[in-house]
Design a protein around this ligand. Sequence first.
Ligand SMILES: Cc1ncc(COP(=O)(O)O)c(C=O)c1O
Length: 410
Amino acid sequence: MTDTRGTAGGFETRAIHAGQDPDPLTGAVVTPISLATTFAQREVGVHTGFEYARTGNPTRRALEQCLASLERAAHGFAFASGMAAEDAILRRLVPGDHVVIPDDAYGGTYRLVSKVLAPAGIAWTAVDLTSVDALASAMRDETKIVWVESPTNPMLTVVDIAAVTQVARARGACVVVDNTFATPYLQQPLTLGADVVVHSSTKYLSGHSDVVGGFVATNDAAIAAHLGFVQNAVGAVPSPFDCYLVLRGVKTLAVRMDRHCENARAIVAMLAEHPAVGRVLYPGLPMHPGHEVARRQMKGFGGMVSFVAAGGEEAALAIVAETRLFTLAESLGAVESLIEHPARMTHLSAADSPLAVDPGLVRISVGIETVDDLVADLRRALDEADTLDETPPGWRGALHRRRRRASDTR
Ligand SMILES: Cc1ncc(COP(=O)(O)O)c(C=O)c1O
């Protein structure tokens, strides 16, 4: 996608209309799922802009135009997953180059960099990006990319995107921001100076736990040319149906995000008071180290909350096994609430590495169910964890109770 329509209007207007004019043939107000793999040419090279569906597809183009508009980008590219999108960007690196990643990067990003890029001759350093001094001293002449996540998964660390960009630019490196947690509704990294923004559209953009996808946007023509080339040459493209699902999801992104933020606020207030919780990680809390930066660069604090169980790993495992409305599952960003244990689930790939996660950490993706029900569910699980000593054998007992409940209701 290299031209963007629908750049006018507010966020919600663009989410619903950008790239999605009524179908010129039928007037259909919903973008058709275009299944054709090939497109007729009047003469050799004379066509409607589509030739072969890996190279370009009308449903995908609508999605790319819509998401690019939301990220205030001139160019957008959809991929088959968030990791495929990350891979497409990182293919700009050649042997001898160096990339900086956050010291609490998403586990999959860490795995891609340390297990795929490193053996191919690309050096990397994990840095605490909340410190511009730490970043400045990690920068090398060979550093081509500074990879930012904000807020991070799962520690909810907030990085000052404008400050990091200044340091990276001064050394000739480009800044990529993984905006999956914030979404363009809450934060637009390109307007803060970043060069590239990347998403796992599997999460909030689609919002219903029914599609895996990725997206990259940029205003840099050279980076766009690279991304378009890789998208076509490697071919990790999303199916037309998946593009339709993300387009459908994104229409309600704004209202969903407002409710995710509101529900998260109420849950955080309960967690902060609960004796089974040692520490709550949420950028909306005034004591969060990134609170002021988050207030500056985000419109709201998001629907992701992490906390450290006061009773450590055993308590954390008991809590995630005990909730009923919060489903124990990986992933995040959808209408239903999810809970997980990062050290043994999403971030297992970072185990025994400098990026290993506290085993007492619990991550929740706050959904848009009735907030009182969510608070009650989590409070009950925490109450149980708080009495762990009296209910041996700990999380195994909780797991057993959960299984018993599930079979009772089948
Ligand atoms: C912050 C972040 N970035 C990237 C990804 C990778 O996305 P996908 O699972 O769609 O490949 C994830 C997945 O959880 C993520 O949380």
